[in-house]
Design a protein around this ligand. Structure first.
Ligand SMILES: *Cc1c(COP(=O)(O)O)cnc(C)c1O
Length: 390
């Protein structure tokens, strides 16, 4: 085994020596979680109505500065609904990064639409607006304010930038591109609660955005998600669609379209309210953990810590090491770290290489294909940022 990697593993493990295993990301329940969840059980309000859902939505809107938040069962459902309410239709193409969690592509397919994979930048890990512009000049044309793929004849309706590991995409050039190419932006902000682009919280830039509160995210509701939008009408529509499209009435079952049973249960929202009370603290600790990793890897050649882009303040949801692929084999890195109980993971397999998505259109993806062999996420739980021995 590689001595450098063993040394690295031991040093990471030493960030929190009391633990036998350092998980990749563990939630922290140190506040009102138990109290609020018990309150649901004691009052009987555990399901699809109850005050915690409204409170969770209000707290999210307040924290992010987005006008409205609609809480749903998970982040994938949030993406599905966000795409639907902005007008993604069957047979439309939707531009998405190939370097993302599979949910981004799944949600597009749920709409009957076609994921179209584009490349990322190695300085942001998100969609590269500059290579995308050149690609669009090559394959697309705008006719009467609608963007068409010249090769497939389909409409390219929307684009879904994803803020990888909490690091905001370079949004200004992307918004600019959206305006010129008549594309609707939907942000996949599943990983970026607590991340800001030029001082504005992510999720404010898309016509609609999606967040996730899965167990491994910075704040968890067990399972959960939210659709965010600054457009009141779209928010009302999201609410309607996610509550089976039922028309309000004290007892009649009147539904005006095919809806979805996607509403977040009160039990989950209760957990979320307690978690949001600690979000600032979680972010603070995660940002302090960055300095620990920075000191820790300073001695090694060919290992870099991914840092937030200059325009951003990131929540540093998952800490990210980038290995020089001429010096290190990523499989050996992962084997060594995990052997030493430092739970570490590679970045997702690029989606265009997965069986269900192989046949979809794609741009040149050379940066994505290179990064997949270089990126390792290392333990990132917020408590690791605590000062334990000064
Ligand atoms: C977590 C995540 C989602 C949504 O995931 P759920 O598990 O459905 O809540 C979507 N996109 C990205 C990039 C994610 O990381």
């Amino acid at each position: 085994m590689n001595d450098v990697l063993i040394d690295l593993a031991k040093k990471i493990k030493n960030i929190y020596p009391d633990k036998d295993i350092l998980p990749l990301h563990e939630p922290t329940f140190i506040g009102n979680e138990e109290k609020y969840v018990l309150d649901c059980i004691k009052t009987g309000w555990v399901s699809s109505v109850g005050r915690y859902v409204d409170q969770f939505e209000r707290m999210l809107a307040e924290f992010t500065g987005v006008k409205r938040a609609v809480a749903v069962v998970n982040g994938t459902a949030a993406l599905h609904i966000a795409l639907k309410i902005v007008g993604v239709k069957p047979n439309d193409e939707v531009l998405i990064p190939s370097l993302t969690f599979v949910a981004t592509a799944n949600a597009v397919v749920y709409c009957g639409a076609v994921p179209h994979f584009v490349d990322v930048s190695d300085t942001t890990l998100g969609i590269n607006p500059f290579t995308l512009e050149n690609y669009l000049k090559d394959i697309a044309v705008v006719k009467q304010d609608v963007c068409f793929n010249k090769k497939t004849g389909r409409i390219i309706r929307a684009i879904v930038p994803m803020h990888t590991f909490g690091h905001p995409v370079d949004l200004d050039p992307l918004l600019d591109l959206c305006e010129r190419w008549h594309l609707i932006m939907v942000e996949d902000a599943a990983e970026s609660l607590g991340s800001y682009y030029k001082g504005i919280h992510t999720g404010n830039f898309g016509k609609a955005s999606a967040m996730s509160f899965n167990g491994n995210k910075i704040v968890t509701t067990g399972g959960g998600g939210a659709v965010l939008t600054n457009d009141e009408k779209l928010a009302d529509y999201a609410k309607h669609l996610t509550t089976t499209a039922k028309l309000p009435h004290p007892w009649k079952y009147e539904h005006d379209q095919v809806g979805y049973n996607y509403r977040m249960p009160n039990l989950n929202a209760a957990l979320g309210c307690a978690q949001l009370e600690h979000l600032d603290d979680f972010i603070d600790k995660k940002r302090r953990l960055v300095h620990k990793y920075e000191r820790l890897i300073a001695d090694y050649e060919g290992i870099k810590l991914f840092k937030e882009p200059h325009y951003a303040k990131s929540n540093y949801w998952l800490q990210t090491l980038i290995f020089d692929d001429k010096k290190y084999s990523i499989d050996e890195v992962l084997q060594t770290l995990n052997d030493y109980h430092v739970m570490s993971r590679p970045i997702w397999k690029p989606l265009h290489l997965l069986d269900p998505f192989k046949h979809y259109p794609k741009a040149d993806l050379s940066v994505t294909e290179k990064l997949q062999h270089q990126i390792v996420n290392v333990p990132s739980s917020s408590y690791l940022g605590e000062d334990i021995d000064g």
